[in-house]
Write a protein of this length. Sequence first.
Lengths: 514, 336
Amino acid sequence: MVNTWELMWVGLVNSFTPYHILLIIGGLAGGIFVGTLPGLAAIMGITLMMPFTFAMDPASGLVMLGAIYCGGIYGGANASILLNTPGTPAAICTTFDGWPMTKKGRGSEALFGSLAASVIGGLIGTFLLVIGFAPLAKLSLEFGPPEFFWLTIFGLSTIAAMSSGNIVKGLLGGAIGLFVTTIGLDPFQSTPRFNFGFDSLILGIDMVPVVLGVFCFAQMLVLLETNDAYVAEYQHTKGVVLKVFRKFFKDCKINLIRSSIIGTLIGMLPGAGACIASLISYNEAKRWDKNPGRYGTGVMEGIVASEAANNAMIGGSLVPMLALGIPGSAIAAVIQGGLLAHGMRPGSQLLLTSGEIAYTFIMSLILSNILMLFVGYYMIKLSSRILKVPNYVIIPTILVLSVIGSYSIRNSMFDVKVMFVAGILGYLFSKLKIDAGPIALGIVLGPIAENNLGLSLMLAETKPSLWHVLVFRPISTILIVMCILSVMTPLILEWKNKKTSTNQKFKCNTSSCG
Amino acid sequence: MKKIFVVLIIITLIFSLAGCSGQSGDEPKNSEPKKATKKDYPTRPITLIIPYGPGGGCDTQARILETFFKDEFGQGLNFVYKQGAGGAVGTAEAAKAAPDGYNMLSFGFPHVVLFPLSGTGKWEPLEDFDYLAQVASDPQVLVVPKESPFNTLEDFITYAKDNPEKVNISLPGLYGGAHNVQLRLFDMAGINVKVIPFQGGSAQTAALLGGEVDSGLGNFANLSEEIKAGNIKALAVSAEERRKEISNTPTFKELGYNIISTESRIWMVPKGVETKKLERLREGIEKIWNKPEYQKKMIEAGYTLDWISGEDFEQYLKDYEKEAKVLLEKAGLLKK
């Protein structure tokens, strides 16, 4: 019988060696750097470093990969906040509140807030990984194709809450995103769709070039419009650290915990990554807030929701990967490859055959998150200098990075063209006040929704009825109810608001008021 | 100010676009170093296309081979990931790459044959590629969830016969080894079972562990850990002999269904590579394959070593292609 406590202790001791600490600091710095640069995603950093880890012994290699993972997912926030361009898809939501804060001159607060939220989220995610390894893995198995389908519908339904102001435009954006994902090969029969005979369109439209186009390229076009010499004004605020911690303690406790749990749970579901985790967490934070209108204007709560969730996702994604050999995210899949190349078989037997190494890896994540606070702080000091760089250097640099980032997905010029088209369209859409967020959501969730709906329909052919597969399942029913609530809530709130304002008008007519 | 701006942007964009090559090879055909003699090959790193995402089954065995590549050949491997359509996109591109000895592909069998026959892949296995080797192969296993009422292959077949279209079977994808077994089994046993293709072995394993599907055909490497742990029941394996890791599982052959099938990892180059270079590659890979350290790493990672040399493999392909055409035609899946 494997003594988990013993393994945890051994793992902790192993990760505290000077060599490992050095590796972690190096990995964090590299990861944050790659994450910060728009166009270079965390997964690239890990894939690049993978061959180097083969020369190391398994535990050290994994420790370094884990540090890069943590740093990479957090790093995107820097670019989101300072330049309104997400450094990685995980940081899309951080732009919603991070950028407005920079414009208001509160950039350093936002930067440190995102770091602290990421660290806390990461710690909670890893903590859940450590204690809930096996039971959480079982939970993730309860999610079959129908549950995944309803989860994506739930994600899409949050569009209604996201687009305060004009729900129709938000839904339009989401629909456009969904449509774009149908271009390419049908997932089951490989029939080409909407490719108009072009071979290149058969590749389909990948999410990353679209995100780079819509969020980075379009943002550069917006910057070009303004005649500003600089992106935004940088103010160095004294005592930022203390201010942020006080704010966290006062207002953000529940937000932090809820966002981290959402991040971990979504991370556990294979196929759902950091982007979805942070999107859903952001919307939940907005929904449960007393004053949802302030989200998007530059509030710390928005940053906390997004960043805590995407780092908590890390721990979650490793749960099914280590326990069942089923990676919870694309990066977890790469790390799984690393494990296999070192001769470790993830799955029910992992703890029996390589328990020490596995737990060294897991416990090192705790160390990585703690050290990230310090490495990240130093990197913030460096990256905030970006605001001192004039626009005419920043804009071409970001454009080049977007091109490189789009090309590097599949080594295909087609993706670069997609990026340009998406960027121009995104820019035009923003003029029509169709937000990029719902479009991105549509593109990320589209393939998952279609794949799982198709699987559910196929499963239903051997069951009594379609209802049995899509509805009469406990988790599905819960998700369906959440979808309905999610769509109804903003509508009900709007209706309530109208009622109170007409009441007030009425009151005003009968009493004396200006 | 604005003018400098615009000019700077245009210049940087031009440079960045020029830096991204549109071809899958490192350099186009006509820029081979003039001094290259056959003794000096390879003079620069070789581009290896992996038609899947990083971290999967194809990538991992390629990474293991890569650790020995530099010592053997003097140059390293540049990994290029081109995923899409289950491997069809990357392989089609590799077929068009320059046959200068600096482009390689690692793919799978029977995908390399079944994809084009079914119209999913745009290449000809024997006309577009020269084969370096098969390095590993994996039999398929018929499995059912832990709580399933089926305990033997006969249980499954009998139930399926009595209840046509009421049972489903999951596959990790179409036109791979599992699909091959499924087509032959259904043909031999005369059963009508609903096929559910998942996107990849992990998704299928999750569905089996969660009891979402009634049965599944999958690769031994993916499923062996869970079978050993008792979370999935194995009914039959498509190998010549029983696998010692799951010694209680009979082979299809034993049970009267002569289905021997494997899914294997193969290495190839676009057709037309100079003979000397082709031989050098084949010889080098064989040397790597024979190294005990390579074999140890592959076994630890869950692969089953199975060597077929490049020339022998081409013959193997020719034979299989004939069979495959018949199989697909019966199932109505042959491309018109």
